[in-house]
Design a protein around this ligand. Sequence first.
Ligand SMILES: *[C@@H]1O[C@H](CO)[C@@H](O)[C@H](O)[C@H]1NC(C)=O
Length: 302
Amino acid sequence: MDHKRKLMMCLVLAVICSSGLGEERTADVVKSIDALIGSCVVLPCTFSYPGSYLPASRLRGIWHRKDKHNEIFYYEDSTKVMDSFKGRTKLLGFLGQKNCTLEIDEVKDHDNGPFCFRIELVQKDTNQETKEKFSFVEECAEVIMRQVPPKPELFQANTAVQGKPYAVTCSVRYTCPSHVPVFTWSRGSEDDVILIQKPIVSGIWETQSIMVFTPEENDDHTEITCSVTFNGGQKSDRSIQLNVKRTANTYHLILPVAVAIGTAVIFGIICIAMMKKYKNRIAELQSREGSMFNRLSRMSGR
Ligand SMILES: *[C@@H]1O[C@H](CO)[C@@H](O)[C@H](O)[C@H]1NC(C)=O
C-alpha cells in the first residue's frame, strides 16, 4: 500500500515537472558565427517565457558582454551602450514576437564578445513601475572575426557547346543578410544574370549568381571571372577556363553545296539557252528548206 502511494507521488511529480518544463524561460541564440571585418553580422535569436505573449512595451532586451552586465552592446536607451558600439547595433527582431535578433554594423577586429542576450520584464505596479528581472540562463554567441572574405565558388554546366546557351554559377556565403554581396562578371551583362538567395543554416546565407551566355568559337580557352564585393567594400574573386566544344562548321558544308547548286543552275540555263538557239536554228533551216521545196515545186509545176 505504501509502495503504491510512493509510485503515485512520483507519477504526479513527473507530470507536474514535465508540464512545467514546456514553459521554461529560454533563449535560443546562434552559438558561433563568422563575421567579416567591415561588413555587418546578424546574430539570430529567439526567446520564450511562460504565459501568453507580452506587449513589447513590457519587454526590455539587452545584449551585453558575457559575465559583464555593464558592458552593453545593445539597449533601447542608447546612452547605456558602450561607446565603441554606439550607433552600430540594432535589434532586427521584434521583442513582442519573441525575436531578439541583433545586427552589428561595421564589424571591427576588436568586437569580441561573447554576445549575450538577456530580457527584462517591466512589471507595472499600480503606483510605480518596478522591474522584475527575468534572467534567462545567459545565452551567448561567439563571433569569429574574419579579416578576408571567402572566395566565391564557381560551377559550370557539363560542356560548353559553341552557339548553345551555357550557364556558369558563382556562389558565396555570408552572415550579413541586410547587405547582400554584389556580383560582377568579366563578360555578359546584368540582363544575363539570375540571382538566387537562400538561408543555409541559422545566420548563414548564400547567394548564387547564374550567368547565362552563348559561347562562340573564339571563347574557347578564355577565362571567365566572378567577383564579389561584400558589405564594407572587401572583394574576392574566382576564375575558370572555358572549354568550348565546336559544332561541325556549317560554312564548310554550305560553300561547296552552294557552288555545286550554282554551277548546276548556270549549266541548266546555258543548256536551255542552247537548246532554244538550236531549236530556232532548226526551225529556220526547216522553214528555209520548206521554202526552197515550195519554190522548186512551183518551178516544176510551171
Ligand atoms: C527574427 O527576426 C529576423 C529579422 O527580422 C528574421 O529574419 C527572422 O526570421 C526572425 N526569426 C523568427 C524565428 O521569426
